[in-house]
Design a protein around this ligand. Structure first.
Ligand code: KG4
Ligand code: ZN
Length: 342
């Protein structure tokens, strides 16, 4: 069985083909960074327009790369939410129309389920059950995953998502959008011990909070400014490193507590912030100390991509929509999902 996957929930257009028994046959990703950079963040209307322009040519390229034609597809999966409504509708409309014309099922996929399952495209793939640290631009959750569609949120952020915190801190440091990777690169050159930034809610349950950290970053930056208002390069790198250390420390502590609370012995890292090298190293140390096996997909499977949607669609092949209907849910709690029917 071959499933075409389409991801258009935010600022990346992702297309891939997953084939049962063979894995990802081909994939393409188009970033919208140059389009949104001038505005310092994602402009939803521009995102939708760019998805429209890119999607169909990308489907053709992916099929050509895989040496397949539309007739070789058995289903078309698409991100149905959560995400930007206009962007979701582009992927949902194209996927549903293609599926309707080809008389094959269209499979609506939950974006976060795609992130959580992405690690199962790697070898070795984690078996269920596992704890997922889901850290993206819009979500920060600790999820006890006992099977496909069996998700219990054991902790989550009370305010900003971890990726959002990276992006906001990066902005305060004058870094271009998207801030997370830029800040991580700057942090490599800085001294993480220079500024003692807060570790919010560190020993208080499994929920997280990152908005206070942003305020602390702003105050720290202000305290380092030169008389002309500029921020010396060394201070910028040290703030970046200290901020990254605070987030990594907090996430690592939350994972440790969640592993203890749930008794789970596998930890899966999911979502864009999972591409962060300092976080990956810190979780590897946690794994060694606690006897936990840590799984992190390669960075390009952490950030948004079509492969995870094609694969999640294949996992949900029995729950395809029975009638032609486009699903687009900008808000869609992960724990509303149930195991696939059939
Ligand atoms: O999962 P994702 O690609 O999109 C969403 O579903 O949100 O996550 C994007 C988020 C952004 O906030 C981005 O700044 C952050 O992940 N991110 C990183 C890194 N790469 C991406 N944050 C820290 N370090 C990175 N290397
Ligand atoms: Zn995502």
């Amino acid at each position: 069985m071959r499933v075409l996957g389409i991801e258009t929930s935010c600022d990346e257009t992702g297309v891939a083909v997953y084939e049962e028994g063979r894995g990802i046959r081909a994939e393409r990703l188009a970033s919208q960074i140059p389009i949104h950079a001038a505005y310092g963040g994602v402009v939803p209307e521009l995102a939708s327009r760019d998805h429209i322009a890119k999607l169909l040519p990308m489907v053709e390229e992916v099929l050509a790369d895989a040496q397949l034609t539309l007739e070789d597809l058995d289903a078309i999966a698409y991100t149905a939410g959560p995400g930007l409504i206009g962007a979701l509708m582009v992927g949902g409309s194209l996927a549903s129309s293609l599926a309707y014309a080809l008389k094959i099922p269209a499979i609506p996929v939950h974006h976060l389920e795609g992130h959580i399952l992405a690690c199962r495209l790697e070898h070795p793939a984690p078996e269920f059950p596992f704890l997922a640290l889901m850290v993206s631009g819009g979500h920060s959750q600790l999820v006890a995953v006992s099977g496909l569609g069996r998700y219990r949120i054991v902790g989550e952020t009370l305010d900003d998502a971890a990726g959002e915190a990276f992006d906001k801190a990066a902005r305060l440091l004058g870094l271009p959008y998207p801030g997370g990777p830029e800040l991580a690169a700057l942090a490599d050159r800085g001294d993480a011990s220079r500024f003692a930034l807060p570790r919010p809610l560190k020993n208080q349950g499994l929920d997280m909070s990152f908005s206070g950290l942003k305020t602390a970053v702003r105050l720290t930056i202000d305290s380092c400014r030169a008389p002309d208002g500029s921020l010396p390069d060394a201070a910028r790198a040290d703030v970046a490193a200290s901020f990254q250390a605070a987030v990594v420390d907090t996430l690592t502590a939350k994972c440790r507590q969640a592993l203890e609370a749930t008794g789970l012995t596998r930890l899966v890292v999911a979502g864009g912030v999972g591409a962060n090298r300092a976080l990956r190293e810190s979780l590897a140390v946690l794994g060694r100390r606690t006897g936990t096996r840590v799984y992190y997909p390669r960075p390009k499977l952490c950030t948004d991509n079509g492969a995870m949607i094609a694969y999640a669609g294949w996992c949900r092949r029995t729950s395809a929509a029975s009638e032609p209907r486009i699903v687009a849910r900008p808000r869609w709690p992960l724990d509303e999902l149930t195991p696939p029917s059939g």
